[in-house]
Design a protein around this ligand. Structure first.
Ligand code: AMP
Length: 271
């Protein structure tokens, strides 16, 4: 595994390859990231993983500071996976140039997480656009756990006619149902149990809503989540995942999107 800290040496190396399969991350690696990397390795191009905690996508300084970082463990995991390249850029490497493409921000960026984290998706698209210009990957691997993010990146790539192809990867969960997330590192045992109970509760509700849409009583569900131990619910909404239209009646193709807090930890998921 070759480690790069600046884009000039990285680009020189990339120019010798047949193309790159790219897995962007913010570190704090877990089974979700590992599954993206394993899929990337199947594509038979060189796999490049980046670790960059992007300050521009955090709307609160405290959230940025508290974001779980675990560089030693990350290195151990990546070495074991035998990836080809690791890129750990400094802020200036990413933000010290003017990208050729302007970011396209679809209007859906105002919904769900966009309503509760002002500037979040502007920050995500900004960094992804820059990474794509630096690396020019053939493939980029993104997790469905962050489905709104994936959708908005897809819209940007389509609108700007970028050649990179998105590979959508399924959500990996702990045995207790909770979606793997770097932020889970901030949960204690009891809080993890709360997250697990919330997952199973919503999983079962979704099954029932599929049969009878009248059961989608948001206020009742939100109250139940608080009773289960959540401290605050940001949102709980149903969308058709193909076009992000809101549902009015029962349909097979919908996901339940939710974001909630357990003490200071904010968790998002969709099922
Ligand atoms: P992050 O490091 O949280 O920015 O995530 C980097 C990539 O890993 C994103 O494409 C995420 O959607 C993806 N990812 C994070 N958690 C999971 C998970 N539990 N299952 C699958 N992919 C995930």
């Amino acid at each position: 595994m070759k480690i790069f800290k600046d884009k000039q040496t990285l680009q020189k190396e990339i120019s010798k390859t047949n193309g790159i399969s790219f897995v962007p991350t913010m570190g704090g690696l877990h089974k979700g990231h590992i599954s993206l990397i394993k899929q990337s390795k199947r594509f038979k191009l060189k796999t490049l993983v980046s670790i960059f905690v992007n300050p521009k996508q955090f709307n609160k300084e405290r959230d940025f500071r508290n974001y779980p970082r675990n560089p030693k463990n990350d290195l151990k995991i990546l070495k074991k996976l035998k990836i080809n390249y690791l890129y750990i850029p400094k802020y200036k490497d990413i933000y010290g140039f003017k990208p050729k493409q302007k970011v396209f921000l679809d209007k859906f960026s105002k919904r769900l997480c966009g309503r509760y984290r002002k500037g979040h998706f502007e920050g995500v698209l900004n960094v992804v656009n820059r990474f794509i210009e630096i690396i020019k990957p053939k493939y980029i691997f993104l997790g469905k756990k962050d489905y709104q993010q994936l959708y908005l990146i897809k819209k940007h790539i389509e609108r700007r006619k970028i050649k990179t192809k998105i590979i959508e990867c399924k959500t990996i969960r702990e045995i207790n149902g909770v979606a793997c997330s770097s932020r889970n590192l901030n949960l204690n045992k009891n809080q993890m149990k709360i997250a697990s109970n919330i997952y199973y509760y919503l999983y079962n509700i979704k099954k029932k809503i599929k049969k009878n849409y009248n059961l989608f009583n948001i206020n009742k569900i939100k109250k139940d989540l608080i009773d289960l131990g959540a401290n605050k619910i940001d949102y709980l909404e149903n969308y058709n995942i193909k076009n992000f239209k809101k549902l009015k009646k029962a349909s097979k193709k919908f996901n339940l999107f939710f974001a909630y807090h357990i003490k200071n930890t904010r968790l998002i998921d969709n099922i």
